[in-house]
Design a binder for this molecule. Structure first.
Ligand code: 4NP
Length: 142
C-alpha cells in the first residue's frame, strides 16, 4: 500500500500527516504540495517544534510538488482540505481511478478539513486532528 498526503505548501500539514502516519503504519508514505513555492524545503520550523514536543521527527522530509504521475505511483491520495482535492483532481489522467479522499473522512470529527497552521498558528490543534485522522486511516486500510 502506497499512501500520498497532499496539502498546499507541503511544509506544514502533509509532512506532519506523513510523519505521524509513518510511525503507526507499515504502508509506504510520501507527501506533496499542490503549489511549488517551497519545493526542496524542509517542513516549517514551528511545525517541527510542535511535533518534536510529541516525539515526532520528520525533519528528513523535503517539499515537492504534486504531479499527474502521482496518480499512477500511489494507491491512495489524501488531501487536507477541499481546495487540495480540487487541485489534485484537476491533474487526474483520463481513465485513472486512484481514490482521492479527505484526511478528515477517516476520523470521527465534525471537521471537514485540517485547518492550515501556517495561517492559524495552531500547530497543536492541527497535530491533534492529524493524529486522530492517522489512526482512523490506519484502521481503514489495515
Ligand atoms: P501547508 O501550509 O499547505 O500546510 O504546507 C502552507 C505553507 C506555506 C504556504 C501555503 C500553505 N505558502 O503559500 O507559502
Amino acid at each position: 500500500m502506497k499512501v500520498l498526503f497532499v496539502c498546499l505548501g507541503n511544509i506544514c500539514r502533509s509532512p506532519s500527516a506523513e510523519g505521524v502516519f509513518r510511525e503507526i503504519s507499515s504502508a509506504q508514505t510520501d507527501s506533496a504540495g499542490t503549489g511549488g513555492w517551497h519545493v526542496g524545503d524542509p517542513p516549517y520550523g514551528p511545525m517541527l517544534d510542535a511535533a518534536a514536543r510529541r516525539g515526532y521527527d520528520f525533519s528528513d522530509l523535503r517539499a515537492r510538488q504534486f504531479t499527474a504521475q502521482d496518480f499512477q505511483a500511489f494507491d491512495l491520495i489524501i488531501g487536507m482540505d477541499a481546495a487540495n482535492i480540487r487541485d489534485i483532481e484537476d491533474l487526474r489522467p483520463a481513465g485513472n481511478e486512484t481514490p482521492v479522499r479527505l484526511f478528515t473522512d477517516y476520523a470521527e470529527t465534525t471537521m471537514t478539513e485540517v485547518p492550515d497552521p501556517y495561517y492559524t498558528r495552531d500547530f497543536d490543534g492541527a497535530l491533534d486532528l492529524i493524529e486522530l485522522c492517522a489512526k482512523g486511516l490506519n484502521d481503514a486500510i489495515a
